[in-house]
Design a protein. Sequence first.
Length: 126
Amino acid sequence: MADVVLGRIGQISVRVRDVERAVAFYRDALGLTYLFQAPGMAFFQAGELWLYLTSAVEPGFDHPASILYFDVEDIGPAFDALRSRGVIFRDRPHRVTRMEDRELWLSFFEDGEDNVFAIRSWKAVQ
């Protein structure tokens, strides 16, 4: 049997209760590229991967998603822009760690479907 090596992640599924409401949030508030929709599901482009929104088809899949961390160029303006579109943040952008020449900054937000996600950016150390 040949060795199998997994590559990059191509798609992540996020459980939602109301697909139509979630589509509006991910498209209009977050600004993700809407790809297409089918009954009970919707797809968005998020960088190189697809984000798959779906209602739970079985009880085993009826749980909040893992935390997704969306990279942004500059967390301050991204935070302000998303908030102006109605995104509800749990906290303000804050430094998580400092490396030699850069700092990692995060801010967590909710999608209205019991899922918590974050934006993150690296800042050069001044």
